[in-house]
Design a protein around this ligand. Structure first.
Ligand code: PBG
Length: 328
C-alpha cells in the first residue's frame, strides 16, 4: 500500500473509547434529567399506559416509592401530571385548586418522604377540564384573560402543597406575569416558574393524552399552541416569558424542534429545558419492540442530540432508564 501523508486525520481522535471520551463535546448527566410521573387516585394502584411501555399511572403511595427509587439513581427532579376521573372534571377546572386533591396530596407526600427531590407541577386546565382544553372554553373559543385567574389559583394551590417549581404549559398570553404576581402575593416568592414558552401544536402528545384521558372534546389546540412552521416566534415567546418572570424556559417537543432549542439557547441567558414528549418516547419503544432500533443506544443518542442542540435540562420518560445507564 502506498504511504499517503495526510497531516490532518480526524479519525485519530476517534480511535479509542478513551480518546473519544476525552474529546466529546457534549456530555449527558443525570443532573440534566427530569422524570415525568402520572398520578391516579387510590391505594396501591398501578395502571399501565398502553401507548407508553413501562410507564404506569401510580397512586400516591406507589409514587412515593418510585420517587425514592429515582432519588437513589441520582435523579433530582420529577414533573407530576394527575389523571383524574371524568366525574371530577368541570368547565372551570375547579378540582385544580382543591387542597386535598390528588396532585396536592401527592406533592405533600413526596416532599415529606424525599424532601430533597425537586417537585415540578403542571399548570394548565386540561387534566381538570371537562372540555379537555388548557384554557376556559366559551362557545368553542378558548378564552385567554378569563383563564389567567384559574391558572394562578392552580399554581398557588400547588405551591401551598409544597411544589418547588410550577410549570405553566397552557400557552395563554400573559400567564407567566400573572402567575408570578399571584405567587408573590400569596408569599411564594421562592417558588420558581418553568415556562413552557415555545410549546408547539404537535401530534407527538398523543400517548400523553391517552395517559391522562385529556384530549380536547372538540376542536384542536391551534389557537394557543404554536404553529410548527415557526422559529422566530419561539424566540419572541421565550423573551416575553423571561420579561414576565420565567426562571427557566422550555421548548416542546424536542426532537422535531432541535433547531428551535438551538435558536432559543443562542438568544437568551436563562436555563433552557426541552420536553422529550410522549410520542417521541413511544416511537423509540415501538421500533425497539420490533427489533428495528436498539433501544438503549437510540435512547441515549436522542437525549444527547437534545443536549447538543442546547438544552440544559431534559424532561424525558427515559430519565430512569438513562440514569441507570449513566451510573455504569
Ligand atoms: C397539557 C400538557 C400536554 C403535555 C404536557 N402538558 C399535552 C397537551 O398540551 O395536549 C404533553 C407531554 C407529552 O406528550 O409527553 N397542558
Amino acid at each position: 500500500m502506498e504511504r499517503i501523508s495526510l497531516p490532518i486525520r480526524p479519525r485519530r481522535n476517534r480511535k479509542s473509547q478513551a480518546i473519544r471520551a476525552l474529546v466529546a463535546e457534549t456530555k449527558l448527566s443525570v443532573d440534566d434529567l427530569i422524570m415525568p410521573l402520572f398520578l391516579i387516585e387510590g391505594d396501591n394502584q398501578r395502571v399501565a399506559v398502553e401507548s407508553m411501555p413501562e410507564i404506569d399511572r401510580l397512586s400516591c403511595d406507589l409514587i412515593v416509592e418510585e420517587v425514592c427509587a429515582l432519588d437513589s439513581l441520582g435523579i433530582k427532579a420529577v414533573a407530576l401530571f394527575p389523571s383524574l376521573p371524568e366525574s371530577i372534571k368541570d368547565r372551570e377546572a375547579t378540582e385544580s385548586k382543591n387542597s386535598k386533591g390528588l396532585l396536592q396530596i401527592t406533592i405533600k407526600a413526596i416532599k415529606e418522604a424525599v424532601p430533597q427531590m425537586c417537585v415540578i407541577t403542571d399548570v394548565a386546565m386540561d387534566p381538570y377540564s371537562s372540555d379537555g382544553h388548557d384554557g376556559l372554553v366559551e362557545g368553542g373559543e378558548i378564552l385567554n384573560d378569563a383563564t389567567l385567574p384559574i391558572l394562578a389559583d392552580m399554581a398557588v394551590a400547588q405551591a401551598r402543597a409544597g411544589a418547588d417549581i410550577v410549570a405553566p404549559s397552557d400557552m395563554m398570553d400573559g400567564r407567566i406575569g400573572y402567575i408570578r404576581e399571584e405567587l408573590d402575593e400569596a408569599g411564594f416568592e421562592n417558588v420558581g416558574i418553568l415556562a413552557y414558552s415555545a410549546k408547539y401544536c404537535s401530534a407527538f402528545y398523543g400517548p400523553f393524552r391517552d395517559a391522562l384521558d385529556s384530549a380536547p372534546k372538540a376542536g384542536d389546540k391551534k389557537t394557543y399552541q404554536m404553529d410548527p412552521a415557526n422559529v422566530d416566534e419561539a424566540v419572541r415567546e421565550v423573551e416575553l416569558d423571561i420579561d414576565e418572570g420565567a426562571d427557566i424556559v422550555m421548548v416542546k417537543p424536542a426532537l422535531s424542534y432541535l433547531d428551535v432549542i438551538a435558536a432559543v439557547r443562542s438568544s437568551v441567558d436563562v436555563p433552557v429545558a426541552a420536553y422529550n414528549v410522549s410520542g417521541e418516547y413511544a416511537m423509540i419503544c415501538a421500533a425497539a419492540e420490533r427489533g428495528w432500533v436498539e433501544k438503549e443506544t437510540a435512547m441515549m443518542e436522542m437525549l444527547l442530540s437534545i443536549k447538543r442542540a442546547g438544552a440544559d435540562i431534559i424532561l424525558t420518560y427515559f430519565a430512569k432508564e438513562a440514569a441507570k445507564l449513566l451510573q455504569r
